[in-house]
Ligand binder design. Structure first.
Ligand SMILES: [Zn+2]
Length: 205
């Protein structure tokens, strides 16, 4: 089974509790002496087997191998990947069963992380997930003052629509944002806008 390591927690001695996103679940596993295992790193894609614990404790991971990506050696890209993984970890807290969409979305992002701008990918993935979950609100009315939004918009957490003056954030062209919502692509947005939306995505969605 393949999965991304979303979180690592130290357990007794050098043992670790590993949270893994696979195509079907977000599950916690136990690994004896996990702290000594160099494959166990946050954000790593691993291949593993699951072994049920007889005492009904957490299942264990065995036959671990790491599926690497070239950008793992790029500090900036790795730092952004860790931020990205942390959003997923928060998104799935207290959820065990998931659709394969999330694993494959993450896998696709990992494959594109080398050649494309990670910040743009983070924004695009956030929008695609909100769309998939049916939570992407059309930018017609401001969620703060309830009035209509004309040309400028400044989305708040969850990419909810707001007026720049209500959100106290820089204005983004509504037309360009609509394009992002519809196409799922950040191509029309400049780097300053991407920075603003990327910081928004980090707050969670
Ligand atoms: Zn408003």
């Amino acid at each position: 089974m393949k999965g991304f390591i979303l979180k690592l927690q130290r357990a007794r001695d050098e043992d670790m509790i590993v949270t893994i996103l696979s195509p079907t679940s977000v599950k916690k596993y136990y690994r004896f002496y996990g702290a000594r295992h160099s494959i166990l790193q946050m954000g790593y894609l691993i291949d593993f087997e699951e072994e049920q614990d007889k005492a009904n404790f957490l299942p264990r991971v065995r036959s671990l191998s790491h599926i690497g990506f070239p950008w793992l050696y790029d500090r900036e890209k790795l730092m952004l990947w860790h931020q990205f993984i942390a959003i997923f970890e928060r998104h799935f807290r207290d959820i065990e069963s998931v659709e394969s969409f999330y694993f494959y979305t993450l896998l696709e992002a990992a494959k594109r992380w080398e050649k494309q701008s990670p910040k743009r990918l983070i924004v695009e993935v956030a929008i695609n997930i909100l769309k998939y979950e049916g939570r992407l609100q059309p930018p017609s009315h401001c969620v703060i003052c309830n009035n209509q939004i004309d040309k400028s918009i400044a989305p708040i957490q969850g990419f909810l629509p707001a007026h720049p003056e209500c959100a106290k954030s820089p204005a983004i062209s509504k037309k360009d944002l609509m394009n992002l919502f519809e196409s799922g692509s950040t191509i029309l947005l400049d780097d300053a806008t991407i920075e603003q939306l990327y910081l928004l995505a980090l707050k969670g969605f």
